[in-house]
Design a protein around this ligand. Structure first.
Ligand code: GLU
Length: 448
C-alpha cells in the first residue's frame, strides 16, 4: 500500500534527512537579495498569510484570529516496543481554523515532526481547502518517530494509542484525519478501527482508507493526479508547451510516484526521480513503470536499470522545464535557489520553497504553482470519500477523477485570474482567495 505524500514503505523518507542532504538548512547568511531570512515552517506560512492579508487589506483583528490555531493538542504516547522497552513518543493534533467546516488534514510520522511544523501544515490545510472550495477547515497531526526503524506491530500500537488520545477532538463533523508523510491506508484502517471500537462503527472518521473499508476509488492516486491536472490547466492558460517537456521529480512516495506515472499523459518526459536514498536520471526520458517495478523489488529508485545516478541536491538543480518537489519541506531555500534552473515549479510537497527562495524565483519569472493549489487533489478526493461514507454510496473511479478534474480546473482558473487581474504571483493570489473565503465564513458565523 502506498504512503501519502512522500516515502512509502518502499521509499521511506523516515530515515534521518541528513543523508539526503536535501534538508540542509539555509546558508549562514540565511538571506537573499530581498533580505528575507530563512524561518521556521510556521513563520513561513505566516509570512505568506501576512502578504495576502496586506494585499486584501484584512482587518487587524481578523488577522489575529486567522493567523493562529484554534486548538493545539500535544500528547505523550508510551508504546511497548517489540524488544520489551517502553518508548515514549510525542504526538500532535493542531486544528487551525474551522470556519468553513470540520477540521481536515493528514497525520505524519517523521523524526522531525514538531509543534511548529504541524501548526504550519494545519494552517496550510485551512488555505488549501478554501482554495479548492471544499467545505472543510484545516488541521494536521504528527507523531515524532522514525517509522523506518519500527516494525508493523509497533506502528499499529502507536497508531491505536495515539488515536485514542486525540479521539475526543475528532469526529465526522469535527475533525477528520487522513494520511500524510509515512502514513498510509493501513494506518487509516487502524485509526478507523481504534475510533470505532470506542464510539461505534464510523468509517467517515478518517479518509484515505483502504477501498475494502470504505476508502474511495482514486484516492491513492489523487494528489499526484491533481498535480498533473493542475499543470495541464496552467500550461494551457500560460502557453507552456508540454510536448517533450522535461520533468524532474523529487520524491517517489505516494505523490511523487503517482505524478511520475501520470504526467506522461501530458506529453512530458520524466528525466529524473529520487527518494530518500538517492536519485536516478536518464536524459532521453526514464521508463517510469520500470523504475516503479524496481522500487517494488528493491525499495528504492537507486540503481534502476538503464539509468545514471543523481543526488537529491543535483536533481533540484537540473536544467529541466518542470521541477516537481514531492518530498520534504524547505528543499529550495536561499542556499540553493541560485542554482535552480527549472522554468516551472509545481509544489507537490507542502512548503517545499522557503519565502526567501520564493522571492528570488518570482523575480526571475519562474512560474510556481503553489502547494495549496497544486497538491490539493488529495484532500479533494478525501472530501469525496467522506461524502461517499456519509451517503453510504460508492462512486466509480471515472466519476471521482472527473470531479477531481473539475475541482482542480476551477481552482486553477480562479487563482490564475486573480493573479492576472491583481498583477501578483500565483501563490499570493491563492492565499488571497483563501483568506477572503475563510474571513467571510468567520464573519458570517460571528467569530469576530
Ligand atoms: N495529507 C494530505 C495533504 O497534505 C491530504 C489531507 C487530507 O486528505 O485530509 O493535503
Amino acid at each position: 500500500m502506498a504512503t501519502e505524500e512522500t516515502g512509502t514503505k518502499v521509499t521511506s523518507e523516515s530515515q534521518p534527512a541528513a543523508g539526503t542532504g536535501v534538508r540542509e538548512g539555509p546558508s549562514p547568511s540565511g538571506s537573499t537579495g530581498h533580505d528575507i531570512p530563512e524561518m521556521s515552517p510556521f513563520a513561513a506560512v505566516s509570512f505568506f498569510f501576512d502578504q495576502a492579508a496586506a494585499h486584501i487589506d484584512l482587518a487587524p483583528e481578523m488577522r489575529e484570529v486567522l493567523r493562529s490555531s484554534y486548538r493545539e493538542l500535544s500528547v505523550q504516547v508510551p508504546i511497548r516496543m517489540d524488544d520489551g522497552r517502553l518508548q515514549v513518543f510525542t504526538g500532535y493534533r493542531v486544528q487551525h481554523n474551522g470556519a468553513r467546516g470540520p477540521y481536515k488534514g493528514g497525520i505524519r510520522y517523521h523524526p522531525d515532526a514538531d509543534l511548529d511544523e504541524v501548526r504550519a501544515l494545519a494552517a496550510l490545510m485551512t488555505w488549501k481547502t478554501a482554495v479548492v472550495d471544499i467545505p472543510y477547515g484545516g488541521a494536521k497531526g504528527g507523531v515524532r518517530c522514525d517509522p523506518g526503524a519500527m516494525s508493523l506491530g509497533e506502528k499499529e500500537r502507536l497508531t491505536r494509542r495515539f488515536t485514542g488520545m486525540i479521539s475526543y477532538v475528532l469526529g465526522v463533523n469535527r475533525d477528520v484525519p487522513a494520511p500524510d508523510m509515512n502514513t498510509d491506508a493501513q494506518t487509516m484502517a487502524w485509526m478507523m478501527d481504534a475510533y470505532s471500537s470506542r464510539y461505534g462503527y464510523t468509517p467517515a472518521i478518517v479518509t484515505g482508507k483502504p477501498v475494502e473499508l470504505g476508502g474511495s476509488l482514486g484516492r491513492d492516486a489523487a494528489t499526484g493526479r491533481g498535480v498533473v491536472y493542475c499543470l495541464r490547466e496552467a500550461a494551457n492558460d500560460l502557453g507552456i508547451g508540454l510536448q517533450g517537456a522535461t520533468v524532474a521529480i523529487q520524491g517517489f512516495g505516494n505523490v511523487g510516484s503517482w505524478t511520475a506515472r501520470i504526467i506522461g499523459e501530458l506529453g512530458c518526459k520524466v528525466v529524473a526521480v529520487s527518494d530518500v536514498r538517492g536519485g536516478v536520471r536518464r536524459d532521453e526520458g526514464l521508463d517510469v513503470q520500470a523504475v516503479y517495478d524496481h522500487v517494488r523489488d528493491t525499495r528504492s529508485v537507486v540503481d534502476a536499470p538503464g539509468t545514471e545516478s543523481i543526488s537529491n541536491e543535483d536533481l533540484l538543480e537540473l536544467d529541466v522545464d518542470v521541477l516537481v518537489p514531492a518530498a520534504l519541506d524547505r528543499v529550495i531555500s536561499g542556499s540553493n535557489v541560485g542554482r535552480v534552473r527549472a522554468r516551472v515549479i509545481v509544489e507537490a510537497a507542502n512548503h517545499p520553497v522557503t519565502p526567501a527562495a520564493d522571492a528570488v524565483l518570482q523575480d526571475r519569472g519562474v512560474t510556481i504553482i503553489p502547494d495549496i493549489l497544486a497538491n490539493a487533489g488529495g484532500v479533494t478526493v478525501s472530501y469525496f470519500e467522506w461524502v461517499q461514507n456519509i451517503q453510504q454510496f460508492r462512486w466509480d473511479e471515472d466519476h471521482v477523477n472527473e470531479e477531481l478534474a473539475k475541482t482542480m480546473s476551477r481552482a486553477w482558473k480562479n487563482v490564475h485570474a486573480r493573479a492576472t487581474v491583481d498583477g501578483i504571483s500565483l501563490r499570493l493570489a491563492a492565499f488571497a482567495i483563501a483568506v477572503e473565503k475563510v474571513e467571510r465564513a468567520a464573519r458570517l458565523r460571528g467569530y469576530v
